[in-house]
Design a protein around this ligand. Sequence first.
Ligand SMILES: NC(=O)c1ccc[n+]([C@@H]2O[C@H](COP(=O)([O-])OP(=O)(O)OC[C@H]3O[C@@H](n4cnc5c(N)ncnc54)[C@H](O)[C@@H]3O)[C@@H](O)[C@H]2O)c1
Length: 439
Amino acid sequence: MKQKVQPAEGKLGILIPGLGAVATTLIAGVIASRRGLAEPVGSLTQTGHIRIGKRTDNNYPKIKDFVPVAKLEDIVFGGWDVYEDNVYQAASIAKVLDQHLLDSIKDELEQIAPMKAVFDKSYVENLDGHHVKTGESKWDLAQQTIKDIQDFKEKNGLNRIVVIWCGSTEKYFEASEIHETVEAFEAALKANDDRIAPSMIYAYAALVQGIPYVNGAPNLTVDTRALVQLSKDTNTPIAGKDFKTGQTLMKTILAPGLEARSLGVRGWFSTNILGNRDGLVLDRPENFKTKEVSKLGVLEDILRPDLHPELYGDLYHKIRINYYPPHGDNKESWDNIDIFGWLGYPMQIKINFLCRDSILAAPVALDLALFADLAKRAGMKGIQEWLSFYLKSPQTKEGLRPENDIFKQLIKLQNTLRYMMGEELITHLGLDYYEEDEA
Ligand SMILES: NC(=O)c1ccc[n+]([C@@H]2O[C@H](COP(=O)([O-])OP(=O)(O)OC[C@H]3O[C@@H](n4cnc5c(N)ncnc54)[C@H](O)[C@@H]3O)[C@@H](O)[C@H]2O)c1
């Protein structure tokens, strides 16, 4: 496959619907890293290594030296929001990063002002922005968005673009007949159908132009037959849903360990408090439901009560998110895990994670954008399951169980990179080292 990966020539545009806490933390972080003011901690593409060949070869290049991902210096950011604030103002409101750091890169942050959003309040009731597009129909809004992308590309002299959704979580709804085929979807755009969410319009605008789309929220968006088909028709990678950070990250680290040691789990109660705009949006039950569905599947997929009814058959899994303004973006979460061991004797694990949501999400968003661009240049199209490492509710082919265990997800990601570059895959069998001794 190696000869098929095109080099990362020229500039890469990262276009973001939703310039809120995550997006501004990502943008400011990339600019600060470029200027040597801070380190891009948490980003595998920037700091991670990958083993190539046998353990005895001692060959562990940096991922960014092994695969041709775009350089931070070559990234140009842009986006859309329902509020007019430029990225400096939005980052100052989000209060994730120190004002001192933001002030030191203010000149660049101020240059990035949002384009008018495709917005429909019925999908995010708790927001009130007025920096929004108007048009005859959703088809018209899609055409305006396509033009936004083309203008951005031309104005900045870009070679390639990826679109990554960092907008609010839309209300919960399920796919229907208008999401079945590309034709039905386009007809529904023209008929201004209520069942087309704003995020789907951005995704459509990207995909028809062969531009990769990544879904950082639990929204339905590209998890529909129509948009999966469009991504294949236009040879375009897609990935989703929902950045894996905070509590779910911990869950997908811890649960595989408990399952690996055949320890039982009777209950897992997760609650958290956060006070950012994301928390405000999720304070509405219709929007929380979308998030809840994305978070709930994880444990069941890892623990497999169907295979181990004696260990996980009675598992009670409960998740709560509470909007609590004083904490801002500094989410505090508590997990109470009731486990049992030998002969059924009970034990408990308590986790109190004082995390920073957007500090965890920004490197995930960066890696997803860079890898989606790499996938496009590697000729990959449709759902990119190898990126599930970064996602809370990985989108998979219809009927295929997602893999939520973060360690298996990492092996899948690393082997995909080796595969792209024509290197041997690593199975971790390791018998060959011992067989050599005996030969
Ligand atoms: N912070 C995390 O750790 C984390 C983790 C996983 C997923 N997410 C998801 O990422 C998304 C962003 O999170 P955040 O903390 O940055 O939220 P945020 O509220 O700070 O930012 C979201 C931004 O999207 C804008 N927006 C909403 N609808 C829009 C539309 N149709 N078009 C353009 N802009 C729109 C809002 O005005 C807001 O500025 C949310 O959906 C959140 O659930 C966040």
